[in-house]
Design a protein around this ligand. Structure first.
Ligand SMILES: [Zn+2]
Ligand SMILES: [Zn+2]
Length: 92
């Protein structure tokens, strides 16, 4: 389960996101589940690099309404609930 404010990363392409609105879907990148950041251990070194809360690119899942922000953007394809997440443009 995702929790608001929790960060996830992709082990393959190193894409990193933060959950801004929790959904029931599982976040997938590069075809595999994204890993939760923040636990102590082997990831501790670079997870602490998340010091500047700059605005990421918002994405949303149309199915479970999970919202995330991409903090480190890569070419990896983000999926949730089995489909690509939609880039949520800030349009008014
Ligand atoms: Zn979803
Ligand atoms: Zn990836």
């Amino acid at each position: 389960m995702s929790k608001n404010g929790q960060a996830y990363f992709c082990e393959i392409c190193r894409q990193k996101i933060v959950v801004t609105e929790e959904g029931f879907g599982v976040l997938v990148c590069c075809g595999q589940e994204m890993k939760l950041v923040g636990v102590k251990g082997m990831m501790a070194t670079w997870t602490t690099a998340y010091t500047k809360p700059k605005d990421g690119v918002p994405f949303v899942c149309n199915i479970c309404k999970q919202k995330i922000k991409v903090i480190v953007e890569t070419t990896g394809i983000l999926e949730c609930c089995g489909q690509r997440m939609q880039c949520e443009e800030i349009t008014k």
